[in-house]
Write a protein that binds this ligand. Structure first.
Ligand code: ADP
Length: 187
């Protein structure tokens, strides 16, 4: 199973991603986490990404696309995966399909955790301040970028009949159960 999870900051992507990956036994590939650990290690990737993460801006596409290309070549990605944080722009979505096409693969489902902007904002502000990009003005910018750059991707997947829209304003278990029901193979 190859999945993409979409949702604004605070939508609960990480929580749902981990539940799904455990259930489906597939790796969780989270670009934000990869960038954060690269920054902690001060690797070349980390040095490139750091100024963008600090401001809540998007890391430029060439860096992000190359990161995903290399990650999907790792052996554990052969059995499927769940992408969390990628794609974030229509161009990244197209690049992903292009990459997958080369090996006859495709995204099975794009799961959208739908929440209102005000709920997203509230959730980020209530979250324990473990991330420096959870400061109110940075969260505002991340939500704005989500609306501008990521919302158009929904249409991209919807047009290809691969979009599953889920009401994200419920308990993690309720959301998880609905997702499982919606992506189950139809017999
Ligand atoms: P959230 O979804 O809560 O905003 P993430 O952990 O997914 O948080 O991402 C944190 C930051 O990492 C983003 O604000 C951005 O700077 C960077 N980032 C992650 N994924 C991408 C991507 N696909 N393209 C560009 N930048 C990204």
């Amino acid at each position: 199973m190859r999945l993409v999870i979409l949702g604004g900051p605070g939508a609960g992507k990480g929580t749902q991603a981990q539940l799904l990956c455990r259930h489906l036994d597939i790796p969780w590939i989270a670009t934000g986490e990869i960038f954060r650990s690269a920054i902690a290690e001060q690797s070349e990737l980390g040095r490139q990404a750091q100024p963008y993460l600090e401001k809540g801006e998007l890391v430029p596409d060439p860096t992000t696309i190359e990161l995903i290309r290399q990650r999907l070549l790792k052996p554990d990605a052969l059995k499927g995966w769940l992408l969390d944080g990628y794609p974030r722009t229509a161009f990244q979505a197209e690049e992903l399909d292009f990459l997958l096409d080369q090996s006859g693969q495709r995204v099975d489902w794009a799961i959208w955790l739908k929440l209102s902007e005000s709920v997203l904002m509230q959730r980020c502000l209530n979250r324990e301040a473990s991330r420096s990009d959870d400061a109110p003005e940075i969260v505002r910018r991340r939500i704005e970028l989500f609306e501008e750059r990521t919302i158009p991707i929904l249409e991209y997947y919807d047009y290809r009949d691969r979009l599953v829209t889920v009401d994200g304003d419920r308990s993690p278990q309720e959301v998880h159960q609905e997702i499982l029901g919606r992506i189950a193979p139809q017999s």
